[in-house]
Design a protein around this ligand. Sequence first.
Ligand code: NAP
Length: 437
Amino acid sequence: MTDYRRLRVALLGAGAVGSQVAALLRQHADELADRAGARLELVGIAVRDVDAKRDVELPRELFTTDAESLIVGADIVIELMGGIEPARGYLLQAINSGADIVTANKALLATHGPEIFDAADQVGAEVYYEAAAAGAIPIIRPLRDSLAGDRVQRIMGIVNGTTNYILDRMDTEGAEFADVLADAQRLGYAEADPTADVEGYDAAQKAAILASLAFHTTVPLDAVHREGITAVDKSMMDAARHAGYVIKLLAVCERLHDESGESISVRVYPALIDRAHPLASVHGANNAVFVQAEAAGNLMFYGAGAGGVQTASAVLGDVVSAARRHIAGGVGVGESTLANLPIVPVGRVTTRYQITLEVDDQAGVLATVAGILSEGRVSIATVEQTVIQDGNGRPGVARLVIGTHKALEQDLSETVDRLAASGVVERVVSVLRVEGD
Ligand code: NAP
């Protein structure tokens, strides 16, 4: 066997992901050495409680609560603790003491990414974070390396497994949001506090990471427009299905072109997707990232967006890259912010919409609604009317499902406000964007 140089690997965290990384580092030591060109020696694992029960059996002597001492002298530091502090401090310490770093910490990168990347840049270290955007799915390396010579136009990602699981069951079983959420919590797909998932915060962090990379632009988390799925109900699901769509929580990162030049939009919201679109077939807790690039065309990356051992796979890929670079030496390539494109608010985005209204079932109402839409520069593509209540001889209520052509979000939302105040609209049931054109 080749007598490889040894690299000291320090692991911070041995939870769902970290414990699996530690196990795989040991189990696959020979294969990893051959790929990396170095023997990856796990020198220690920093945790809060050295005696806590772990998902896999690991030698007790590897554990320590002293992360700072562990980092000293490490060639590669893998951060799998999560959260902002002390993870941020440890990563900065690692960078400044000459290590390359691997992290899966989306919360940290989405909020302090520039600080970490700048610190690495200053000393020529590299930051690897494949597992921070879509768990096991390779998407960072494709964006950073494979598509480096291309121009990404749009990314549409199903990047949160919990919400995809909930929406998929609502779609396929006709179930209500609250019932599926309760089930998801019981089965361990959703946290006891599901806010980060169902309100779109987790997806927004991932969108910020993907957009920053794809568009050579720092995208701060607060520039990501975010809506969750708590307002999605069975009637919206039924209407979507009836119209040939499915509702997915999408992270959309898009390059826009207009007379003032190029800009980008980054947004997370539940949207309608045509059932024939590849993203419509992403079921259960799976994730997928659909990338549209100028030269490569459409690409889709699909698989497990979470899970301890699945995510560990992506982390180990990063460890091998970090090891190769550590041996080769040279200056690390920092994150590119070359383009620094302006990030536009969601009001400046153009998409199609499906508007569902309850209106008085009377002659002339449709014409009034059409008039308001037209005045608001929203052009109608399809209209479907169903009488949902016949009021025993009195005028009933009709449900109007209106599909629009592409319209500016700002025009659309002002128009919907005018519809709501028009006197003929009883209720605006829902307004959903249609993505995937
Ligand atoms: P986890 O199960 O909660 O494990 C966290 C680990 O970090 C534990 O071992 C904990 O020690 C240790 N830790 C936390 N705070 C610490 C501190 N102050 N000092 C020392 N050790 C500390 O987390 P996880 O699910 O493995 O996630 C790790 C990272 O991967 C997160 O950034 C997460 O967002 C990311 N990620 C996770 C998944 C997934 O499916 N789980 C998928 C993609 C990305 P103790 O065990 O002693 O408490």
